[in-house]
Design a protein around this ligand. Structure first.
Ligand SMILES: Cc1cc2nc3c(=O)[nH]c(=O)nc-3n(C[C@H](O)[C@H](O)[C@H](O)COP(=O)(O)OP(=O)(O)OC[C@H]3O[C@@H](n4cnc5c(N)ncnc54)[C@H](O)[C@@H]3O)c2cc1C
Length: 352
């Protein structure tokens, strides 16, 4: 196998490590501008608080990432994966009732803890309905993840910074710039919607904005969550995030986004802080909220690994392993993530 990975964000990096582990030859082409993996908070949150249910496949994804990220840290001799606690301030009495219900449910025993006593609740926290901890592995420091992994692959000669030139691709001959490949995998994040081969897929990208803030009030080991989150980073500051906005391709921060974050923050805490940075990115999200993974139905040798959405750092390890095993002929792609689910709508093609 001779693989080209287009895109060196979280998706491309996770695949590259899996190829390396399997002794498969690969190179990564990245434009050098990243608008999601680098900006992300990198939180691993096993719960969807809105309905107080487990996130999709969390029970499988978490054990995998708990091995995957430390293995990479060991290989590249740099750290980016850190433990944190996650404190949720309940939004309403209804949410507290749901929490109490889950507490008695065996299915949730790995995640939900009894509500905190009021004397253990920070005084700045707006928690009239109480609060409690979710067990989480913590977070991936996105900037460190991107920097250390890019340094590693550049040093190994596996990563080049350039924009993929579609005119230099001959997918029938399976060559790019006249060099042969066997598998070409597009990991372009939100830009996947402009891909001439895969742009037909139902991307529903979601812009997100965050503030980097400084404060002496928040604890350094716990993430606060209610309507927004405050995440302590390894740089001794905090990330306040994140917004959601659809139907935009502009990845720059906006005053509107900042004001939304400040409004949401009022519901979480009364603690004062200083803003030191404001960033934005675009999550590669999909209409049915599932990844976009698989081979082009008619252009053999062209693949996509995309659509990781708002929880990419949780999802990527499991699906990178599964996808590389699939390419080796040792696994199938999860039906919910496989782009075959859209073949019927767009191609006269028989499902295999
Ligand atoms: C504000 C915000 C907060 C987030 N918080 C979390 C969180 O707490 N937890 C979590 O798990 N996830 C979070 N996410 C989601 C997470 O960031 C994404 O799921 C993930 O980073 C997507 O990675 P990707 O590699 O698919 O895409 P990207 O990171 O967008 O990477 C795509 C790469 O492809 C390159 N590229 C694109 N087109 C070309 C081309 N033609 N030629 C060459 N290179 C190209 C780009 O330069 C880029 O580096 C957040 C996202 C945002 C924006």
């Amino acid at each position: 196998m001779k693989v080209i990975i287009v895109g060196g964000g979280l998706s491309g990096i996770c695949l590259a490590h899996q190829f390396e582990k399997s002794n498969i030859s690969f190179r990564i082409i990245d434009e050098g501008i990243n608008h999601s993996s680098k900006v992300a908070a990198g939180m691993i949150n096993p719960m969807t608080f809105r309905r107080m249910i487990k996130t999709w496949k969390g029970d499988d994804l978490i054990p995998t990432l708990l091995e995957f990220y430390p293995e990479i840290e060991e290989k590249i001799q740099n750290r980016f994966f850190f433990s944190r606690e996650l404190r949720r301030a309940y939004n309403s009495q209804h949410e507290r009732d749901l929490w109490m219900k889950r507490l008695e449910d065996e299915e949730y025993k790995n995640y939900i803890n009894p509500p905190e006593k009021s004397e253990n609740t920070p005084t700045h926290l707006n928690a009239p309905f109480g609060n409690g901890f979710i067990d989480t592995p913590g977070y991936v420091d996105a900037k460190r993840f991107m920097k250390h992994n890019h340094d590693y692959f550049i040093e190994n000669g596996a990563l080049e910074y350039s924009k993929f030139d579609f005119d230099a691709l001959d997918h029938e001959a399976k060559t790019y710039k006249n060099k042969a490949y066997t598998h070409l995998i597009f990991c372009e994040g939100y830009r996947g919607e402009d891909n001439p081969y895969f742009g037909y897929l139902p991307f529903k990208n979601a812009k997100g904005e965050t503030l980097t803030i400084k404060s002496e009030v928040f604890k350094k080991d716990e993430i606060l969550n209610k309507k927004c989150f405050v995440l302590p980073t390894e740089d001794n500051d905090f990330k306040l995030g994140a917004t959601y906005a659809w139907n935009t391709k502009d990845p720059s921060p906006t005053e509107e986004g900042k004001q939304e974050l400040l409004e949401n923050y009022k519901l979480l805490s009364t603690a004062e802080f200083e803003i030191i940075d404001h960033e934005a990115g675009i999550r590669p999200a999909v209409a049915d909220r599932r990844p976009l993974i698989g081979e082009h139905p008619t252009k053999k040798g062209l693949y996509i690994f995309n659509g990781l959405g708002a929880k990419g750092y949780m999802i990527a390890p499991h699906f990178a392993i599964e996808f590389v095993d699939f390419l080796k002929g040792e696994a199938t792609i999860d039906k919910e993530a496989d782009i075959q689910r859209f073949y019927k709508k767009h191609f006269k093609y028989k499902k295999s």
